[in-house]
Design a protein around this ligand. Structure first.
Ligand code: 4AD
Ligand code: MG
Length: 477
């Protein structure tokens, strides 16, 4: 008999026809009522067994965590929160679970504890909801770009260039690291390594993405990205997923418009497709926030916050305007920032980003035209000689969710900037070729996928929105 998914069963009216369902036992009450879950929804199917006709040896094996198959007919349910339940005529144990040893007890566990048993946390309501939303968002991103005619490009994971120039790369080598070959000067001789040169895991697919945009006009990448930044925060991962669209014949404004449209599209899709999951996560968050003092709680619940994002345009201001707002803020005057804002040119800390978004504007903000010193070499230089055509999108509770820019398409300006900050031209000769042959105005951005999921699910730690997080000192599973 074909297996039906619980999500579909719960939408089916009661019927005489026999059906089969398979899943994992969440709870078993009174030797009669199984709450069964198969991951298709957070709602369990109530399976009712008749303990008079079911073998004692089977009843004993219906334990929390066990995999079972149940066959029977759907009948109207008297229990609250469900219209149907399965009156089982046959229960088969597929995989036992020793209730004494099973780490997931039918009670509330802390997120920290669940992180330690990340191999089992998929089976909880919270992580079930989070990873179904993650799936929807991934699919929605592909759908958004596909509908717009963008070409999906797979950029390399192993590379020899540092796209961001920040030197936060994980090295890739085949050497016996205790004993690598040396050159005549005593330095490690990467010419003898697997690729004949020094290589790393990619920090961004942008530079290769730009090459493709110079042929297909509109492209995007969606892949894993690696950063060896030693920041142990709730928003940083050493391995994260990034979406990077790149568009030819596109300026900074077009770039911002696209990013805003994309974010609203995918949030709307998640609200439509995963309404129940998001309602569950919204309630979870409200419960969690009750632990916090009143003034630290969000003014809006998760559902309202997401809806608010769809109904309101993002605020757009320049870095210079942002610095003025921050400098003049009471927060700054009363020295409530850890890093006080005094002069133009400083990099914004996440406390500043969050002040702008959560306290000042109370909505997503796009900051543009940053000082060139705090941004990457490839960003287009503005007329003022001080700033570049950069844009960062800041979200409530998250801070930076998107970073992008119009690119410097003028060969002389790009080369001059590379010289200024010490990037050898020969290393990026292939990149410079796009400025030599058919250069044009172009722009793009990078969306941190996990930060987007944090926003949509209301989860406060990036470790809880990726199945198996990689962070400093942690690479389990
Ligand atoms: O601002 P970033 O470093 O920009 C780039 O990599 C550009 N090449 C993007 C482009 O223009 N094509 O990173 C982009 C986004 C950030 O805004 C943030 O959301 C996310 O990637 N991000 C991280 N997410 C999780 N953990 C980390 N360590 C992250 N670093 C960046
Ligand atoms: Mg950035």
């Amino acid at each position: 008999m074909a297996r039906l998914r619980i999500k579909d069963i719960l939408k089916t009216p009661a019927a005489e026809q026999s059906i089969t369902v398979k899943g994992w036992v969440r709870t078993f009450r009174n030797n009669s009522f199984i709450a069964l879950n198969d991951g298709s929804t957070n709602n369990n199917l109530q399976v009712v067994v008749d303990f008079n006709t079911t073998d004692e040896s089977i009843l004993k094996r219906i334990t929390t965590g066990a995999a079972i198959s149940a066959t029977g007919i759907l009948v109207p349910s008297l229990g609250k929160g469900q219209t149907v339940e399965l009156k089982a005529t046959q229960v088969e144990i597929l995989g036992d679970s020793d209730a004494e040893k099973y780490p997931l007890q039918p009670k509330k566990h802390s997120l920290e504890f669940l992180r330690e048993i990340a191999h089992l946390r998929f089976r909880t309501n919270t992580f079930g909801a989070v990873f179904r939303v993650r799936n929807t968002l991934a699919f929605a991103i592909h759908q958004f770009f596909n509908e717009k005619g963008f070409v999906y490009i797979h950029t390399p994971i192993i590379t020899s260039s540092d796209a961001e120039g920040a030197g936060e790369m994980f090295r890739v080598t085949n050497f016996d690291i205790a004993n690598p070959p040396k050159d005549e000067n005593g330095n490690v001789d990467y010419k003898q390594d697997f690729f004949g040169k020094s290589t790393n895991l990619t920090v961004s697919g942008q530079l290769e993405g730009e090459l493709a945009a110079m042929a297909f006009s509109d492209i995007y990448t969606f892949g894993p990205t690696f950063r060896a930044e030693n920041s142990n925060t709730a928003r940083h991962l050493a391995e994260f997923w990034m979406i990077e669209p790149e568009m030819a014949f596109c300026n900074l404004k077009d770039n911002m418009d696209l990013a805003e449209e994309m974010l609203q599209y995918v949030i709307k899709t998640a609200l439509e497709k995963n309404r129940e999951d998001i309602e569950f996560l919204s309630a979870r968050l409200e419960e969690e926030e009750k632990q916090k003092p009143q003034n630290e709680r969000s003014e809006m619940n998760l559902l309202n916050k997401l809806q608010f994002c769809l109904d309101n345009q993002f605020e757009r201001i320049t870095y210079t305007q942002a610095i003025d707002i921050l400098r003049e803020s009471n927060h700054n005057k009363k020295k409530k920032f850890q890093y006080l804002v005094d002069k133009w040119g400083v990099d914004l800390q996440s406390e500043h980003e969050r002040y702008l978004v959560e306290k000042h504007f109370k909505k997503p903000v796009i900051l543009t035209d940053y000082p060139k010193e705090i941004k990457s070499f490839y960003m287009r230089q503005n007329e003022d000689g001080k700033t570049v055509a950069a844009m960062d999108i800041l979200f409530p509770g998250i801070g930076e969710i998107v970073g992008g820019s119009q690119r410097e398409e003028r060969l002389d300006k790009l080369e001059a900037r590379m010289t200024e900050i010490g990037i050898p031209h020969h290393e990026l000769d292939w990149y410079l070729d796009t400025r030599r042959f058919g250069a044009c105005e172009h722009a793009g951005f990078g969306l941190g996928f996990e930060r987007l999921i944090m926003f949509v699910t209301g989860m406060g730690n990036v470790r809880d929105v990726i199945p198996f997080p990689r962070t400093p000192n942690n690479c389990e599973f």
